[in-house]
Design a protein around this ligand. Structure first.
Ligand SMILES: [Zn+2]
Length: 251
């Protein structure tokens, strides 16, 4: 269907998955973890108009990739999508929050300078700080919070700032996740898997075409049949990716 936050480049057999992803999904956004990875993956994944590779620097590896900050900023103008960027304030990564914030601020400033971008954002344990950064760069573009795990208050703040959300099967597996999804505006919701990082109960990764459980949760929360949920999601996708041709990949 739609996977708006996949780490498709990190599956062991990534190139062999491309034809199936292109065929089964209307659209897949492959987020990268570093600008060098974006350069390499963009080359390997070229030729599939409904698979886009987003330019990013994952906050969990901010320290290891800090030297790529200038490269990241330099590439924003030529990148159609940005991600994965953001902040991680969880216990393992909060030591680097100041550096993470510096990287996020320069990327957002460059996004503003080039007229705005759609951005897939990580915000674990740092939703307010990400929202502060977005508030400081109001013309950076359209933020899509992936796997939002903040409080309801933070969610309302994000909604007030015009944020979008990508929701995956792992998120809707928890009651807290479902409650957050129920408060998101339907017109600002997309699907994701976050595979191969996000996995099924048996430890195997979600594949980009396996968003069915998230779509089913939306049916329950929105009290809509699956066809209407699909129509809503496709309409949302066309809003956020206006140039998208849906000639391919509708299944
Ligand atoms: Zn991710």
């Amino acid at each position: 269907m739609i996977d708006f936050h996949s780490h498709l480049d990190l599956y062991p057999n990534a190139p062999s998955l491309l034809p199936r992803v292109a065929k089964q999904n209307i659209f897949t956004l492959v987020v990268s973890t570093s600008p060098r990875a974006w350069l390499a993956t963009s080359r390997v994944f070229a030729g599939y108009p409904n698979i886009k590779v987003a330019l990013g620097l994952h906050p969990e590896i901010a320290v290891a990739k800090a030297a790529e900050m200038d490269l990241l900023v330099g590439l924003v103008a030529q990148a159609e999508f940005i991600g994965e960027i953001g902040l991680d304030g969880s216990p393992r990564f909060k030591h680097s929050l100041a550096l993470q914030r510096r990287i996020l601020d320069v990327v957002l400033a460059e996004c503003e300078r080039v007229g705005g971008r759609v951005m897939s954002l990580h915000s674990r344990g740092a939703a307010d700080q990400v929202l502060d950064a977005l508030e400081a760069h109001p013309k950076a573009g359209t933020p899509v919070f992936h796997w939002f795990s903040g409080t309801k208050k933070q969610l309302r703040r994000a909604v007030d700032q015009g944020a979008w959300f990508s929701v995956g099967p792992s998120m809707v597996a928890s009651e807290k996740g479902r409650q957050l999804v129920s408060e998101m505006p339907a017109a600002n919701v997309l699907l994701e898997t976050d595979g191969p990082f996000a996995t099924k109960a048996d430890g195997t990764p979600w594949f980009p075409w396996e968003t069915g459980q998230a779509a089913q949760a939306l049916c329950d929360l929105w009290r809509m049949p699956v066809e209407r949920v699909r129509a809503q999601l496709v309409s949302n996708l066309k809003t956020i990716v206006p140039g998208l041709s849906t000639a391919d990949g509708i299944e």
